[in-house]
Design a protein around this ligand. Structure first.
Ligand code: AN0
Ligand code: CP
Length: 316
């Protein structure tokens, strides 16, 4: 594997999941694979799980990590080409990426969307520039449009907990108070559609995701109907794709509650975290026995580890 920017970099999702489970059973099986190599982790945005799980995965493989919160600890970065840099930005992405490459063999980058310029976001302009100017194998730690390490961990969690060959998975929009990216939802849909699951996406009208990620899923605007017989309910908020970045609804009747979960087939609750309690999901559901949020968080380690392993094998 030379890069991990989306599910399109994975030839066989179930093989990758199986390999991740082997690492979960025996995390130190490849403890020397990364010896002498450095993984750079660059965060343009906050993170708890991604930064910790990826560092832990690297440690299991004997990789050294360098981490930078570039927006807080670095010079303000210019990402546009050909501009006169007489404003706030003191360093161009071209030099910054080139410098990362001097110190690191592999790079991981988190870079959220602007939610203003849809074309630039959906072209993954910043990720592509870092890949180009660093020339290093690049892992997405959540980009403008997708969060593949999260989705891999989510698919692992579904595979571990499913009780039938083709489970019904429901991705439900849930209320929020600020505009969030579409990345987790796009990516979850894209990955689940590469597995043997039925996928239903439910959201208030107007929250349609970019169809290139959801082709093959059933869209259902009635949340109660969507939940009928579900094996897994995955809650996430996202802002509108059209008009881009807009909050069209704050309808609290979409909060996932016990009452709604009773419509499922004793279904599990999933969320990538961080989650706002009693806004997206009630305490009862999140603290209840069907909540898988910590299982998902644990699987983030082995999702990162299998990707790092494959990239290191390619480097050798
Ligand atoms: C981010 C998002 O929705 O993309 C990160 C989730 C892993 N969430 C927030 O900003 C709350
Ligand atoms: N789920 C997830 O990616 O969490 P962080 O934003 O805390 O890394």
């Amino acid at each position: 594997m030379q890069q991990f920017l989306s599910v399109n970099d994975v030839a066989d999702v179930s093989q990758l999941v199986e390999e991740a489970f082997l690492l979960k059973q025996n995390p130190w099986s490849h403890a020397h694979l990364g010896q002498g190599k450095t993984l750079g982790l660059v965060f343009f945005n906050p993170s708890l799980r991604t930064r910790l799980s990826t560092q832990k995965a690297a440690w299991h493989l004997g990789l050294h990590t360098l981490m930078m919160n570039i927006n807080q600890e670095g010079w303000a970065i210019e990402t546009r080409d050909g501009v006169v840099m007489d404003q706030a930005a003191g360093e161009h992405i071209k030099e910054a990426a080139g410098v990362f490459a001097q110190y690191c063999d592999l790079l991981g980058v988190r870079c959220f969307p602007s939610l203003v310029d849809r074309e630039a976001d959906y072209n993954e302009t910043v990720m592509k520039k870092i890949a180009l100017y660093s020339g290093r194998p690049l892992i997405s730690l959540e980009s403008a449009t997708v969060h593949p390490l999260q989705s891999l961990a989510d698919v692992m969690t579904i595979m571990e907990k499913r009780r039938r060959a083709r489970p019904k998975v429901v991705l439900t929009w849930a209320p929020q108070v600020k505009a969030l990216p579409q990345a987790v939802a796009n990516s979850f849909a894209q990955w689940v559609l590469r597995t043997d699951c039925e996928l239903v996406i439910t959201h208030p009208p107007g929250y349609e995701l970019n169809p290139s990620f959801t082709q093959g899923a059933r869209i259902e605007h009635d949340q109660d109907r969507a939940f009928e017989g579900a094996d897994f309910v995955y809650a996430k908020n996202w802002s509108a794709y059209e008009p881009y970045g807009a909050i069209l609804s704050e309808d609290r009747s979409w909060t996932v509650s016990e009452e709604k979960m009773r419509r499922t087939r004793d279904g599990y609750f999933m969320h990538c975290l961080p989650v706002r309690r009693n806004l997206k999901v009630t305490d009862e559901v999140l603290d209840g026995p069907r909540s898988l949020v910590l299982n998902q968080a644990l699987n983030r380690v082995y999702a990162a580890q299998v990707v790092l392993k494959r990239m290191l094998e390619h480097l050798r």
